[in-house]
Every structure is written in C-alpha cells, then in structure tokens.
Design a protein around this ligand. Structure first.
Ligand SMILES: Cc1cc2nc3c(=O)[nH]c(=O)nc-3n(C[C@H](O)[C@H](O)[C@H](O)COP(=O)(O)OP(=O)(O)OC[C@H]3O[C@@H](n4cnc5c(N)ncnc54)[C@H](O)[C@@H]3O)c2cc1C
Length: 414
C-alpha cells in the first residue's frame, strides 16, 4: 500500500491524480478463514484491524451486506466523549477516545479528529447534581472533565441563550478533549489498513445463515455462497437480533430508528459540541458549516432507517429555546439509523452459547465514539477468550443482575 503524505498529494496534484491506487482490494471470497466478522461498520472493521495488529491474525474476512460504513457508522452525528459514570464504561470509552487522538497517524488516514471540547448542559437542579457526581467519578477514573458555570458556558458558546424561558442553563459538564471525527473516514481508514494486512472485505455479501456442528460455528451461508471459519464475530448493530436468531440464541436487544438532521451551511458560529439533554437535542457545526443536529430515538421498535417530519419538528423546537438563532435556519436533510438498545444502555461484548461465536452489539445511540476501544477489546476477547475491557459487558450480566447502568449518560445523549 502506498502511504498517503503531503508529498504524495503534491505529486498527484501535478499529474491529474492518475496515480492513486484502490484504498482496499476487491477479491472473491476464499473457502475458509480463521475469523469471519459479520458487519463492516466501524466496530467490525476496528475488530479486524486490532486482530491483525495486536495478535497477528490476518486470515480474516469482513462480510457486509451493503457497502462498508453504510450502517450507523455512516449515519451518526460523530460525537466523541468518555464522560461516563460507571468505571467499566469510562475505561472502554476513554481507551477509545485516547486511540482517536492518534488514529490518523496510526492508520495513515486523516480521520479529521477534532477535540474541540464538548459540554453537556445542566438545565435542572437534578442535572446539576448528576453532572457534578459524574465529574467526581471521572476524576477518580482518570477521565478529564469538570463542572463549569453558566457564565463559562456562555463564554465557550456565545450563541447559547443561558436565560432560556423554560430551562435556563445552570452549568455544564465539560470535557475539553471531547469532540468529533469524520465518520466515513474512520470506516475507510480501518478498511484500508485491514486490506493492507491481506484481509478480505466482501461488500454486497449478506449473511443468511450460520452453520453449526457440535455446538460450534463451522461457517456462514451468504449471498456469495458458503464460507467456512474457525471463529465468528457478529458485529451488526441494529440487526444483532436477526443474526443471533440465525445462530439460535436470543439477545436482550431492541432495534429502533434514531434520527438526525443537518441545516444549510452557515458561517462558523460554534466551535464546541453542545448536548442539551433536558430539552432533548444536541448540535455541532461541521467543517462545511452545516449545523449537525441529533435528537432522540423513535418511541417504537422498527427497522426503517428513515427520518420523519414530526421528529424534526420536535427536535428543532426544543433546540430553539437554547439556540434562538436556529429559528432562521433552513434544514437541508434528515435520516435515520437502526440502533441496538440494551436495558442498561451499555454494550454487549461477549462470548455466546456457541463456543467459537462472539457478539459485539448494544452500542445503541452512542457507539461511534467507542469504535477503537471496542475493536481493541473485542479483538482481544476473540483472540484470547478474555479481555479486561470487555469483562463487565458479558451477556451473563442480564441473568446475574450485574447491570452497567448508563441510562443517564447514554439514554438521550450520544
Ligand atoms: C442518527 C444517529 C446518530 C448517532 N450519533 C452518535 C454520536 O453522535 N456519537 C456516537 O458515539 N454514536 C452515535 N450514534 C451511534 C453509532 O452510530 C453506532 O453505535 C455505531 O456506528 C455502531 O457501529 P457498528 O459498527 O456497530 O454498526 P453499523 O455501522 O451499523 O455496522 C453494522 C453493519 O452490519 C451490516 N449487516 C447487518 N446485517 C448483516 C448481514 N446479515 N450480513 C452482512 N452484513 C450485515 C450492516 O449493513 C452494517 O453496515 C448515532 C447513531 C445514529 C443512527
């Protein structure tokens, strides 16, 4: 693989960009792989990448029914933070955030990580107490956050109306190294690095069945034919229940559409990420100038991957209270992705009843930020059978009552 560099860009600019090779190879499937990963979203690709990089396992195929990064990875609002309450969550999200810091260099691919700072507004006394508690927990976990005053909020984000009519801003939980990254680039960067290690990325290859013998997976049926494997990783977000059904077990997962929208591009007016959980909305400004806006999940289970007008109206009317300038913005487009929600709003990174089959799902509304940490831990789990990052997130927590309750940190905000 040719490395990307300033020199390469200059050279290609001088010769009409005729010298760029394919970012990842297009090859037919082999008969058998050491590991098959189902789902070429960020989590599946990151798992494959760390299997190769950390454990030298490169006879790997990543199977994707559509195009890589076309699921939630390419549909999310790209917020990155690690200010979670529970220790196991803070550990995996902070691992991910720290890997984002050097991801562009590690992958030799510009993922446009922008640690511009992120605030979660406290707009009720209850939220003030909750976020103060999270800031104390984060201090013990080694995650750098602080509770800031309303005046500081206004200094950091002048377009906020802190004297809102229903919910004045009382302060915020601030993470200075939180921010955003370019979602497609994260998927593409991992895909390029996986392909470079000799792994096969098979797009338009839907898994339709899981083959088993003696309580173990032997391979999968796909739209490109049967493919054998020694280990199987299921990493399909909103379709996790469907894949688990094929493998013959059930998951405590609900699938719902989560929606987002962007406005027309405007001049730079906001260089932080703001989340307003009480009024239910969050916003950042993209490099193109669009205001990227996210709201809540649909109130009923579905697989639609679409936006809806009532949702747009609800989210925008809520945000106008806090950002009055939005009343004059035109909205350009909206969309939805199918997110996989667990009861405690924490992920599942686990072995399954089938000895050599592992599952990574349940990231719900907030898994983009976790991609590198999840890939790191899940690769270790698949390679060695155990990973400290994944220990708390096993399927057995639902039968043993050891929930990792993040419903406050993850219920609305992303
Ligand atoms: C609107 C929206 C906003 C969000 N905002 C944020 C945010 O700001 N910050 C944040 O951290 N998170 C956010 N999220 C959540 C985040 O996007 C997801 O948690 C994360 O992208 C999940 O990645 P993944 O790789 O697990 O899943 P996906 O990217 O969905 O990848 C799974 C892949 O599996 C494939 N697949 C499914 N079934 C099969 C099959 N049978 N055979 C082969 N392939 C199959 C799918 O086509 C898909 O490409 C948001 C999500 C949405 C929808």
């Amino acid at each position: 693989m040719k490395r990307y560099s300033a020199f390469a860009i200059a050279r290609e600019a001088a010769r009409n960009h005729i010298g760029w090779g394919r970012a990842w190879a297009k090859r037919p499937p082999k008969k058998r792989y050491d590991v098959i990963i189902v789902g070429a979203g960020g989590h599946g690709l990151a798992t494959a990448y760390y299997l190769g990089r950390n454990f030298g396992i490169t006879n790997v195929a990543i199977l994707e029914k559509g195009w890589l990064g076309g699921g939630n990875t390419g549909r999310n609002t790209t917020i990155i933070r690690s200010n979670y309450l529970q220790d196991p969550s803070a550990a995996i999200y902070e691992k991910a955030r720290s890997l984002y810091e050097t991801m562009s260099q590690d992958l030799n691919y510009n993922v446009m990580f922008s640690p511009r700072g992120l605030m979660m507004l406290a707009q009720t006394e209850h939220e003030v107490r909750g976020y103060e508690r999270t800031a104390h927990a984060n201090a013990l976990q080694g995650v750098e956050t602080e509770f800031i005053s309303a005046r500081r909020v206004k200094e950091l984000c002048p377009i906020i109306n802190i004297d809102g009519p229903r919910y004045p801003v009382l302060g915020a939980l601030w993470q200075a190294r939180g921010g955003t990254a370019r979602h497609d680039a994260v998927a593409w960067g991992y895909a390029r690095a996986c392909s470079d290690m000799g792994m096969d990325i098979l797009q338009q290859c839907e898994v339709t069945g899981v083959r088993q013998a003696d309580g173990k997976v032997t391979g999968v049926d796909t739209t490109l034919g049967e493919i054998g494997c020694d280990k199987l990783g299921i990493v399909v977000a909103g379709h996790s229940g469907v894949l688990a059904g094929m493998a013959g077990f059930r998951l405590p997962i609900e699938s719902v559409a989560l929606q987002a929208l962007v406005s027309e591009p405007i001049k730079p007016c906001m260089d932080v990420v703001v989340m307003a959980n009480t009024v239910h909305g969050y916003m950042s400004q993209s490099d193109k100038g669009e205001m990227v806006i996210g709201g809540s999940a649909d109130g009923y289970n579905n697989y639609t991957q679409r936006g809806s007008f009532h949702h747009l109206e609800h989210t925008v009317s809520a945000l106008i209270e806090t950002f009055p300038i939005m009343s004059r913005l035109k909205m350009l487009r909206q969309w939805g992705g199918i997110v996989d929600m667990t009861g405690d709003r924490s992920p599942i990174l686990s072995a399954t009843p089938l000895g050599n089959c592992f599952i990574n799902c349940g990231w719900g509304t907030g898994g983009f930020k976790a991609i590198p940490g999840s890939g790191w831990g899940f690769a270790e789990l698949m390679a060695k059978g155990q990973s400290p990052l994944c220990d708390a997130f096993g399927l057995n927590r639902f039968t043993e009552g050891r929930f990792v309750d993040e419903s406050v940190a993850a219920g609305v905000a992303h």
